[in-house]
Design a protein around this ligand. Structure first.
Ligand SMILES: Cc1ncc(COP(=O)(O)O)c(C=O)c1O
Length: 402
């Protein structure tokens, strides 16, 4: 299936690439074009490009989907998160407890809200924060706890909720990676004070860009919808300060609505890709697939694998070789945020689990542009790399010295 017999055949060492088009880790799902055009006709005919009926319809559909009372849509997940943090953080306190092993802009979002990220460690079993990892970071300055769902399964929903209640600190969930899931029979979207989601092109619901918040708190929803719209009420009465233009526009809502219509079909396709990886990786030693808990309705959007002790290449060398073949695998959440240079204040202790696992995880290609045949080719290539690991490593080190 792959045309590699010798390490010279690897693209990194001058051979032909395995794929002629990139195989990304980004979902890039494309809903039915006619459906997208059908929704788009509404704003074209009404000459209503923002504040129109499609955003309202999308909010209603998302609230139904997540079985929650309110949904407020935003221009991005970034601004949904920033404004939710601003609305929820306890006044007069300035720390937000968040994992370090997460989305690369998470600390920047906190800095926009003038809060200091206080990084907590994660659980080895979930790759996410938990009551046990958050508790040591709570102090008199804690304004908010941010629970972030990892790509596979969940952070400690119940533990964080109990801790937030005990300490009387608001709890916000970043649920960007858990759109489709249910947790013990309840849809993700109704936990904590609010949950935030993204509709960027790499996400389960592709709105080109966009984000939203779900909550059962009517006051919070009303405040957030004012904040995304300059803080104005009516013509230009300033109802809340710190508002900005973070509205979702109608064309993005049209795309997201078409995506919602196709969601069930998409999840079937995602599941098929996941099961192909599961079946084929079982025949390869040294790389472990992180398994979804299939009883919690996963959306199977991304695939995460761990490079085990007996994998004979480093994680980074593995990614380099793959990337040269147009297999755009990526190191998962690397470097962790507490290892990045930041020019704003933050707080961190030693985060041993984060540091250890940050060296071991890979996101292999998945999503709309990746077929089962591609996955078979990727696993074949990994087998070839395993069999030729000593030579590959030597060649890489020699290449670096040149
Ligand atoms: C976990 C997480 N939170 C928040 C965001 C921000 O979303 P957006 O890209 O829509 O601004 C992202 C984006 O990738 C993310 O992965």
């Amino acid at each position: 299936m792959i045309n590699k017999n010798h390490i010279e055949d690897l693209a990194l060492f001058g051979g032909a690439r395995q794929f002629s088009t990139p195989k990304p880790t980004s979902n890039l799902v494309r809903p039915d074009f006619e459906k997208f055009l059908g929704y788009s006709r509404t704003f074209i005919e009404q000459h209503q490009y923002t504040n129109g009926s499609l955003v309202k319809l999308l909010e209603q559909r998302l609230a139904e989907f997540h079985q929650v009372k309110h949904c407020v849509a935003f221009s991005s997940g970034f601004w949904a998160l920033a404004l939710a943090i601003k609305a929820l953080a306890l006044k007069g306190k300035d720390e937000i407890v968040m994992p370090s092993f997460t989305y690369r802009r998470m600390a920047d979002i906190a800095a926009w809200t003038k809060l200091k990220p206080h990084f907590c460690d994660m659980e080895e079993a979930t790759l996410a924060n938990s009551a046990a990892t958050v508790r040591p970071c709570i102090n008199n300055n804690t304004a908010l706890i941010l629970g972030v769902h990892p790509i596979v399964n969940f952070c400690d929903i119940d533990g964080l909720a109990a801790l937030a209640k005990e300490k009387n600190i608001p709890l916000l969930f970043d649920s960007v990676e858990s759109v489709y899931e249910s947790y013990n029979g309840k849809k993700i979207g109704c936990f904590g004070a609010a949950e935030i989601f993204s509709m960027g092109a790499s996400k389960l619901v592709n709105g080109f860009e966009g984000g939203y918040i779900t909550t059962n708190n009517a006051n919070l929803a009303a405040q957030l919808s004012l904040m995304r719209d300059f803080g104005f009420q009516g013509q230009d009465k300033v109802a809340v300060s710190g508002g900005l233009n973070a509205r979702l526009n109608e064309v993005h809502a049209a795309m997201a609505l078409a995506g919602l219509d196709d969601l069930e079909d998409q999840v079937v396709r995602n599941r098929d890709r996941y099961h192909t990886y599961q079946r084929l990786l079982a025949t390869l030693d040294g790389i472990r697939l992180l398994e979804f808990d299939e009883s919690q309705r996963p959306g199977y959007k991304n695939i995460v694998v761990e490079v085990l002790e007996d994998w004979p290449l480093s994680r980074d060398d593995t990614v380099r070789v793959l990337n040269a073949e147009m297999i755009l695998a990526r190191a998962y959440y690397t470097p962790p945020l507490h290892r990045k240079r930041m020019d704003y204040p933050y707080i961190t202790a030693e985060l041993p689990v984060t540091d250890r696992l940050a060296e071991r995880l890979i996101l292999p290609p998945c999503g709309h542009l990746v077929s089962n045949e591609d996955i078979a080719g990727i696993v074949e290539l990994l087998k070839f790399m395993r069999a030729n690991a000593v030579e590959i490593t030597q060649r890489l080190r020699t290449k670096e010295m040149q």
